[in-house]
Ligand binder design. Structure first.
Ligand SMILES: Nc1ncnc2c1ncn2[C@@H]1O[C@H](COP(=O)(O)OP(=O)(O)OP(=O)(O)O)[C@@H](O)[C@H]1O
Ligand SMILES: [Mg+2]
Length: 352
């Protein structure tokens, strides 16, 4: 639905150059909720603004619903933009207009005849659960209600794609949950593809099907959530299923490993079967489990007796059981790098 290919954006001001987006490739599939994560200044907002050409990239290609946006002329582009709604952190409502007036505004801009507007406004307000507040002014609304107006307004042009830049970060957790539920509901009911920026893991957990992590203008990790979480060395797994960054490492006669499991392997007692098969004591040092996209995914830090090289068979046993296994390197190895996993391409991923 959204294809971003080798997109770069450089800002130039007073002789200084900032590469905000640096050769980003990203594909958002039709009907999915895709989350972009990253520290402040990573280029997330710039990337999002490139998707509806609020910001024109310096190079690369952007296609939304099969249309190459950079090749469109003014009129075609305006039409294409109607198919892309956007919501913002601070709502951006017109304070002098009622809720209905705010939602009518984009319809007026699009040239929807007055006779059709009222019915369409009513339909949009019902969609976001605000039908009883049509006559209220923004100052009379809670943050969550304001964001609902923002969403109704973004849906005015019957978009196929909704862009969201930190739409819930000004809201309390309970309101955030209800807005996320609304976005998920719209995503399912209208087949809306959602590309959202967030720094809240809660958002990723609750509604994202896929995610990407940006750092210094680049995408360093992206894909379906489940795949990312099971990938060795995944930053997303580290954030979503946190185990202490410090803490025990392999060495001095022990092997410490982080094991990622999902769904049915959670129901299989791999710790006790490992202990039984090799007649060893397995210590559980910590763990985190989350329900993500309908499946349970978890990480467990375990400790086995003996250095990693004497545990080769035990580690292979776990990997053959379909688990992702990352051995924690001895402390002397320096930064929190991971000992190479079984396969060469896994090594690269885990050492990145
Ligand atoms: N209009 C602009 N002119 C010059 N530099 C800009 C402009 N907009 C953004 N930048 C710079 O581009 C980089 C990326 O900014 P961007 O707003 O995309 O980051 P972000 O990931 O959205 O950050 P945040 O999480 O704080 O919103 C930053 O270094 C920023 O200072
Ligand atoms: Mg931003």
């Amino acid at each position: 639905m959204i294809q971003i290919e080798k997109v770069s954006k450089v800002y130039r001001s007073r002789g200084r150059e900032v590469t905000a987006v640096d050769g980003v490739d990203l594909t958002v599939r039709e009907g999915e909720v895709f989350g972009v994560l990253g520290r402040s200044g990573a280029g997330k907002s710039t990337l999002l603004r490139c998707v509806n050409l609020l910001e024109r990239p310096d190079s690369g290609r952007i296609a939304v619903d099969g249309r190459d946006l950079l090749s469109l002329d003014g009129r075609e582009l305006r039409r294409a933009r109607q198919g892309i709604g956007m919501i913002h952190q601070h709502f951006g409502l017109l304070s002098g207009r009622t809720v209905a007036g705010n939602v009518a505004f984009p319809l007026e801009v699009m040239g929807v005849p007055r006779s059709e507007r009222a019915a369409r406004v009513a339909e949009l307000l019902e969609l976001v659960g605000l039908d009883e507040h049509a006559a209220a002014y923004p100052a009379q609304l809670s943050g969550g209600q304001k964001q609902r107006v923002g969403i109704a307004r973004a849906l005015a042009g019957r978009p196929k794609v909704l862009l969201s830049d930190e739409a819930t970060s000004a809201l309390d957790p309970e309101t955030t949950a209800s807005i996320l539920e609304l976005l998920r509901d719209l995503n399912r009911r209208l087949g809306l593809t959602v590309l959202l920026i967030t720094h809240e893991m809660e958002v990723v957990k609750r509604i994202c099907d896929s995610a990407a992590i940006m750092r210094a203008g680049r995408v360093v990790e992206s894909g379906p959530l489940r795949e990312l979480l099971l990938r060795p060395g995944s930053e997303l797994a580290r954030d979503l299923l946190p185990l202490p960054a410090a803490g025990p490492r392999s060495g001095a006669g022990t092997t410490v490993a982080d094991v990622t499991f999902e769904g049915d392997s959670a129901d299989r007692p791999f710790v006790s079967s490992l202990a039984r098969t090799y007649s060893i004591d397995v210590n559980i040092l910590g763990g985190a489990v989350e329900r993500i996209g309908g499946t349970r995914i978890g990480r467990l830090r375990i400790e086995l007796p003996g250095d990693p090289d004497v545990n080769a068979a035990q580690l292979a046993y776990l990997r053959e059981a379909g688990l992702t296994v990352e051995v924690r390197a001895p402390a002397a190895a320096g930064p929190p790098a991971l000992v190479p996993a079984a396969e060469p391409d896994e090594q690269e991923a885990s050492l990145s």
